[in-house]
Design a binder for this molecule. Structure first.
Ligand SMILES: *[C@@H]1O[C@H](CO)[C@@H](O)[C@H](O)[C@H]1NC(C)=O
Ligand SMILES: *[C@@H]1O[C@H](CO)[C@@H](O)[C@H](O)[C@H]1NC(C)=O
Ligand SMILES: *[C@@H]1O[C@H](CO)[C@@H](O)[C@H](O)[C@H]1NC(C)=O
Length: 302
């Protein structure tokens, strides 16, 4: 299914007139990419093409597209079955071993790769992440799974039922990645106590000061929301917003949410570090032109 893969438009690359002027040539930081569910690190029609695009527009800066596990099949399966805490730990270890990242790097997360990279920023301040860009990330989780990229309808239905009925059971948390960021606004307490990933990185179970400090070390945290997203429910989670507790219709204003203060997002906002971008289109449907116009300049910032 194409829906969740990265869809690059057919538009030709335009080397804009300003390209020469803005390219900081040798000072462009390396870029780390983390793919989403149902995707992998390196296939030419998905993150492989993004890697190439970034290289072309940053004068060949080092781009590392994360592969979780020893091969592409494991990498694909990790998006469903390897607990995010284990994945984040694996990534932290590999980033720390990568000498080319020692002076810092920028990071781009696709879909759930967005909140996973945020966890990397919060848990592993070395090497330093400078700018974090999340594309369609689910920072406050999801409540609903209208479509499952690359899965058959039957497996998708099974996943949905499992999430609806048993997301916070220990075995489901252990075995299904999507359960770890399943956020049931009708049962906030079950979520807080049962979510073994999101409730932790959002400081909802207890306040981890390191998470606040480390996240605030970012120079910029850019959240891209797909305005016509049919996969992420609610769409607002991509901008770190969620339903007001107790119902699933009304979205709580960002600055009134608990996580806004409890994760130091208020401080980041005051310092101008948060940026909210909206793009028309379905989940991860980015065009090359949009990527070049809006995201490449963020990578060129020293
Ligand atoms: C890339 O970097 C090289 C060496 O610093 C420089 O000569 C060249 O003009 C740069 N190209 C672009 C497209 O910025
Ligand atoms: C996408 O969503 C935006 C914002 O809600 C809306 O204005 C626009 O008409 C939608 N576009 C399509 C193609 O549905
Ligand atoms: C949240 O922000 C809005 C404007 O964006 C403002 O009117 C409102 O007073 C703020 N609420 C709080 C609790 O700071």
């Amino acid at each position: 299914m194409l829906s969740a893969a990265i869809i690059l438009s057919l538009g030709y690359l335009i080397w804009s007139a300003s390209a020469g002027g803005t390219s900081g040539a040798t000072t462009v930081l390396p870029v780390v990419l983390w793919h989403g569910m149902g995707d992998t690190c390196c296939l030419p029609f998905s993150l492989g093409s993004i890697k190439k695009l970034i290289e072309e527009h940053t004068n060949g800066t080092y781009v590392r597209s994360l592969k979780i596990g020893g091969n592409v099949v494991l990498d694909y399966e990790s998006g469903f079955f390897v607990h995010p805490n284990e994945q984040v730990e694996y990534v932290c270890k590999h980033l720390a071993q990568d000498e080319r990242l020692a002076k810092g790097y920028n990071a781009i997360g696709f879909s759930q790769g967005g909140q996973f990279l945020r966890a990397v920023a919060q848990r592993c301040p070395e090497p330093p992440m400078r700018t974090l860009i999340t594309l369609g990330g689910q920072h406050q989780g999801v409540f609903g799974l209208p479509k499952c990229p690359t899965l058959t309808a039957t497996s998708c239905e099974y996943l949905s039922r499992l999430l609806n009925e048993a997301a916070y059971e220990e075995w489901v948390q252990d075995e299904l990645v999507q359960a770890t960021y399943w956020h049931d606004p009708l049962h906030e307490n079950h979520y807080r106590l049962g979510s073994t990933f999101l409730a932790d990185i959002n400081n909802e179970l207890y306040l981890n000061e390191n998470y606040i400090e480390n996240l605030n070390k970012l120079k910029k945290f850019v959240m891209v929301k797909f305005l016509n997203d049919t996969i992420v429910q609610p769409k607002d989670s991509q901008w770190f917003q969620f339903y007001t507790s107790g119902q699933d219709q009304v979205i709580q204003p960002f600055n009134e949410s608990k996580v806004y203060k409890d994760l130091g997002l208020d401080r980041m906002l005051r310092k101008g570090k948060l940026q909210f971008l909206g793009i028309e289109g379905d989940h991860l449907a980015i065009s090359k032109a949009w990527f070049i116009e809006h995201l490449v300049p963020l990578l060129l910032l020293a």
